[in-house]
Write a protein that binds this ligand. Sequence first.
Ligand SMILES: C[S@@+](CC[C@H](N)C(=O)[O-])C[C@H]1O[C@@H](n2cnc3c(N)ncnc32)[C@H](O)[C@@H]1O
Length: 259
Amino acid sequence: MTLSSAPSRNREVRSFWEQQPCGTDAEAVGDAKPGSAEWYGRIEAARYAREPLVHSIAQFTRWHGHKVLEIGVGSGADHLQFARAGADLWGVDLTDAAVETTRQHLELHGFTPRVQRADAEHLAFEPESFDLVYSFGVIHHAASPEAVVAEIHRVLRPGGRFIGMLYARRSLLAAQYWVAKALLAGRPAQSLRTVLSRHMESPGTKAYTERELRALFHAFSSVRVRQHVTYWDVNHLPRMVRQLVPDRLGWFFEVNAVR
Ligand SMILES: C[S@@+](CC[C@H](N)C(=O)[O-])C[C@H]1O[C@@H](n2cnc3c(N)ncnc32)[C@H](O)[C@@H]1O
């Protein structure tokens, strides 16, 4: 299989993520030497300490022996879990930084990675190639999430599954961004959509309502959507208050859809 190169429409998104692969921030890695076993160990530990729900969403061990494509591998923590589970695994990311970080991450643990740089809006895989396409926190960054979802649908076999996470617009974290970047900045008329597009990670980030997500995945035969409150919504709140925030105000939408 060959993979396409990233076209220019996602150039700004790519340059943002080339600067630092997801999950390699200073809070996660501390003073560990970049690329060392210690550094990768801290990336993995921080990922599942902050986002323990990834395990229940991805259900890595269910994919033993199945053909899996991960879109947007980041620093490769989830990719490593699929490799450990014995999946027949492929990965893509828009950036060289993520591809290299993930390759080294898997090699460190004795796996042979098959990770390539590609824009998920134009995957070069054959139709009906995969049992699972997994993409956690990626599709909302693309210039055209519709194009990415169409590609996911195309490369999944009939009955194959998409599992992933997309951001929720009506959430505590989005509201906090709106207060900081619109209200307190003297621009109360600015919409949540605009604030997130301008200030949430790479330029043009989208966030969804459940209805919008169901429309995005309309071509799938069944779609399960579940909202989760996350570390990012509540980490600055007093511990007692954190427990009180309901999932319907959470930043993550889990999507589980069958082609
Ligand atoms: C927030 S990080 C998530 C990484 C990883 N899935 C995780 O959960 O840690 C977003 C990743 O998506 C990648 N990405 C963004 N747009 C993409 C696209 N159009 N095609 C492929 N990868 C993309 C970025 O390069 C980045 O590595």
